[in-house]
Design a binder for this molecule. Structure first.
Ligand code: FAD
Length: 465
């Protein structure tokens, strides 16, 4: 064999979990090695969060250019050059992944290209096409992420696509079928609907975005339908026939078997953790029966010097959760007394309009026996929302009845993804409805909606009766 290379902290996977963990560990004085078998930035930067948001933004520009007659803007012959959209999107990704490389190097993290495989609880082998190298580590952080689930009846092909394929189309399709109305299916279906594609969503439960309250997801469903999308709930996708120029998808709904023809079918039914080809059994790391790595509040696995973060562990598969856990794991390795606390982690969907939630919903609070006030304020009563011609949605604040403590918030509306940050802060800082109501929000801004919702909670709103 080869001579092993020794390192303090070895991070496997350079997605938003791994690269953040590596940087923080280096900042805290560790000698850090990060191993990546594919591209820096992981799913998020390359085929997830960032390219999807670029595609969504381009779709919005097109859609608003075409549909602004009501505010006096009449644009004729608005044309999409989709290859240029794709090239722009690729440029955004490249800028960010290049940035990650610079940050890792700037923090003196050793970047190793290849696939890591655990040999025991202190050793990995890293393999690339023509070589292998052994690394000995004191601590390791597993951040290998997840990949799309493949349905047996929907093997991926050139017309049966996962999210990566859906992001990489070379032209705008006429018609797509999306299997799964979760956040990825709804975001990408929505992006193409804005480009003029006819979208059919097949969702197994009784609503799209079923992780959110129905009063939120129904606003998104209505918006999608206004763009010609069809949402078929309680639908079971059964199979697909592929032709040279399209697909026919078979599904069952209302006890009847039906078919729908389309150019492509997007299969977006969830993701599975990348824990199966890592040699974890040789390291002694325990998994749940769903292949998820078990960790404690310090991101520690059952093996005391091996940590795990991001999509390979329990919890919402979101980039900011992966990064947050990455910082915790790095700090614990450096001897800090850090622990994960998920209450302030927001969940966001970049749909039309956006949905965002942090902390408790009214329902969850009730289930835990917490007496709450749920106070709502609509975008339609806000001057800025009106002046933006964008008035669908509301802010809902969930506060504890006894003392007004903010324990949760839900937002449906334009910029919900940014507005939720204030409410995450309120939860983290232990603020009350009064604190939010007393904070002077600039006028006219969407942020005022949050202040007004707090006033509703206190029983004395100015702009609603
Ligand atoms: P990943 O990003 O999956 O990175 C894991 C890395 O590990 C990969 O680069 C992989 O190549 C590498 N790796 C795996 N095995 C090995 C090995 N044996 N050796 C070496 N390297 C290995 N989240 C949000 O918060 N907001 C969004 O808007 C959002 N949009 C999304 C849109 C889409 C279409 C998709 C698919 C996902 C989206 N997500 C979003 C989810 C987000 O991308 C993931 O939660 C996040 O990337 C998880 O980070 P991670 O670091 O755990 O893993």
């Amino acid at each position: 064999g080869d001579f092993p290379i020794e390192t303090d902290t070895l991070v496997v996977g350079a997605g938003p979990g791994g690269y953040v963990a590596a940087i923080r560990a280096a900042q805290l004085g560790q000698k850090v090695t990060i191993v990546e078998k594919n591209v820096l930035g992981g799913v998020c930067l390359n085929v997830g969060c960032i390219p999807s948001k670029a595609l969504i933004a381009a779709g919005h520009r097109y859609e608003t250019a075409k549909h602004s007659d009501s505010i006096g803007i009449i644009a004729e012959n608005v044309v999409v050059d989709f290859s240029k959209v794709q090239a722009w999107k690729a440029g955004v990704v490249k800028k960010l992944t290049g940035g990650v490389e610079g940050l890792l190097k700037g923090n003196k993290v050793d970047i190793v290209r290849g696939e890591a495989y655990f040999v025991d609880s202190n050793t990995v082998r890293v393999m690339d096409e023509n070589s292998a190298q052994t690394y000995k580590f004191k601590n390791a952080i597993i951040a290998t992420g997840s990949r799309p689930i493949e349905l047996p009846a929907f093997k991926y092909t050139k017309r049966v696509l996962d999210s990566t394929g859906a992001l990489a189309l070379e032209e705008i399709p006429n018609h797509i079928v999306v299997i799964g109305g979760g956040y990825i299916g709804t975001e990408l279906g929505g992006a193409y609907a804005n480009f003029g594609t006819k979208v059919t969503i097949l969702e197994g439960t009784d609503q799209i975005l079923n992780g959110f309250e129905k009063q939120m997801s129904s606003i998104v469903a209505k918006n999608l339908k206004s763009k010609g999308a069809e949402i078929i709930t309680k639908a079971l996708a059964k199979g697909v026939e592929e032709r040279e120029d399209g697909v026919t998808v078979r599904y069952e709904a209302n006890g009847e078997e039906k078919t729908v023809d389309a150019d492509y079918v997007f299969v977006m039914v969830g993701r599975r953790p990348n824990t199966d080809e890592l040699g974890l059994e040789q390291a002694g790391v325990e998994l749940t029966d769903r292949g998820i790595i078990k960790i404690d509040k310090k991101c520690r696995t059952n093996v005391s010097n091996i940590f795990a973060i991001g999509d390979v562990v329990e919890g919402p598969p979101l980039a900011h959760k992966a990064s947050y856990e990455g910082k915790i794991a790095a700090e614990v390795i450096a001897g800090h007394n850090s622990e994960i606390d998920y209450l302030g982690i927001p969940a966001v969907v970049f749909s039309d309009p956006e949905l965002a939630s942090v902390g408790y919903t009214e329902q969850q609070a009730k289930e835990e026996g917490i007496d709450v006030i749920a106070a709502k304020f609509p975008f339609a009563a806000n001057g800025r929302a009106l002046a933006l011609d964008n008035t669908d949605g509301f802010v809902k604040l969930v506060t504890r009845k006894e003392d007004g403590l903010v324990i949760g918030a839900q937002i449906a509306g334009p910029s919900a993804s940014d507005m939720i940050a204030e409410l995450g802060l309120a939860i983290e800082a232990g603020m009350t409805a009064e604190d939010l109501a007393m904070t002077i929000h600039a006028h006219p801004t969407l942020g005022e909606i949050t202040m007004e919702a707090a006033e509703v909670a206190l029983g004395s709103p100015i702009h609603v009766v």
